[in-house]
Design a protein around this ligand. Structure first.
Ligand code: SF4
Length: 364
């Protein structure tokens, strides 16, 4: 079984922290969707396996009309799809829109809440407010969605522990099935990073960031959520099937400008340039850049992705020459890593704080 990702790169305005590929050229949506349909028709069989999960991500997929979402899904074909996720922005949606989206076959929503505090939303340049975020979840529930994920952000400038706890409690009260949480990253070239460099905002610091993360993990566990990946928490049975397939090496086809595909040991990607993507797809001359992953790269990828999940990686997979001594050190007293009863290596809570360093150490 395979996954299929469709990238919808349109945003009404750019958020201050964002370095994803997106564009505010909303007037190009129609020609972009036409190009998507063409690419889907040409490539949907490429994985050689039925499509089990579909993910409409962005950018902001809810910038498209429901009829366009319908056309995209109809072109993909959803007979074998168990999970069809769409990302939505709380500022865009109405109950009518969400009902129409539900009727297209989308059965899972990922709502970009980020925070329930208006001043923090403004600070990071989001265009919705807290009431819209709450209402978006309620409207989605009324529209019949029973598999809803929300994104939350922590380590925002001026965000206190008290504010973070309040956000988590509100998320729990809303009765969502899945929560993805990301610490704010200051990416190069973003407006927020420039503000930090000019001293206009002050990052909250690593110690407080770790405290926020640890509290999150503890509180969501108490509430019955499984912490199945570093940034992802789900009620039992509600893990994202699509994202899980990224982490376990399932093939996926990426459609749209800037989208990546991974089939066999080949990773390929479309140009992240709207005009080029539309023009070349229209003419049927779109060429994806690609790289064939070597054994070493595949190994490193397994370490990198596997250790982010609660399943971890089989200890027997760890490279004998480089990794075993290091693993012995890291598992001593279960400080950073531990070995499960069935012989898998997983990161401890403390290990997650420095996971990137651990992963780097175990790579070859
Ligand atoms: S809505 Fe998402 S993709 Fe668009 S600018 Fe904001 S963070 Fe980036």
């Amino acid at each position: 079984m395979a996954g299929l990702y469709v990238h919808i790169p349109f945003c009404k305005k750019r958020c201050l922290y964002c370095d994803f590929f997106s564009t505010i050229q909303l007037e190009r949506r129609t020609e972009y969707v036409d190009a998507l349909l063409k690419e889907i028709s040409a490539r949907k069989e490429e994985a050689g396996e039925p499509i089990r999960t579909i993910y409409l991500g962005g950018g902001t997929p809810s910038m498209l009309d429901s009829i366009d979402i319908f056309r995209i899904l109809r072109t993909i074909g959803t007979d074998d799809a168990e999970e069809i996720t769409m990302e939505v922005n709380p500022g865009d949606v109405t109950e009518k829109y969400l009902s129409e989206i539900r009727q297209t076959g989308v059965n899972r929503l990922s709502i970009g809440v980020q925070s329930f505090k208006d001043n923090l939303l403004q600070l990071i340049g989001r265009r919705h407010n807290s009431m819209q975020a709450i209402e978006a979840v309620r409207m989605a529930q009324r529209a019949g969605f029973d598999n809803i994920s929300i994104d939350l952000m922590y380590a925002l400038p001026t965000q206190s522990m008290g504010l973070w706890k309040a956000d988590i409690e509100l998320a729990l009260r809303l009765g969502v099935q899945h929560i993805s949480c990301y610490g704010l990253m200051y990416e190069e070239g973003t407006a927020l990073t420039a503000m930090r460099d000019k001293g206009e905002i002050t990052p909250i610091g690593e110690v407080q960031e770790n405290e926020m993360y640890d509290y999150l993990c503890k509180r969501l566990k108490e509430a019955g959520f499984e912490h199945y990946e570093v940034s992802n928490f789900a009620l039992p049975g509600y893990e994202s099937k699509h994202n899980s397939s990224y982490w376990d090496g399932t093939p996926y086809i990426g459609i749209g400008a800037g989208a990546h595909s991974y089939i066999g040991n080949v990773r390929s990607w479309n140009p992240d340039n709207l005009s080029k993507y539309i023009k070349k797809t229209r003419k049927g001359t779109l060429v994806r850049e690609q790289e064939v992953l070597t054994e070493k790269e595949l190994y490193n990828e397994r370490i990198m992705l596997g250790l982010r999940t609660s399943k971890g990686i089989p200890l027997s997979d760890v490279h004998v020459r480089n990794g075993r001594e290091m693993v012995a050190e890291m598992t001593a007293k279960e400080t950073l890593l531990r070995v499960t009863e069935d012989g898998r290596l997983v990161a401890t809570q403390k290990g997650i704080h420095i996971l990137n360093r651990i992963i780097e150490d175990l790579m070859i």
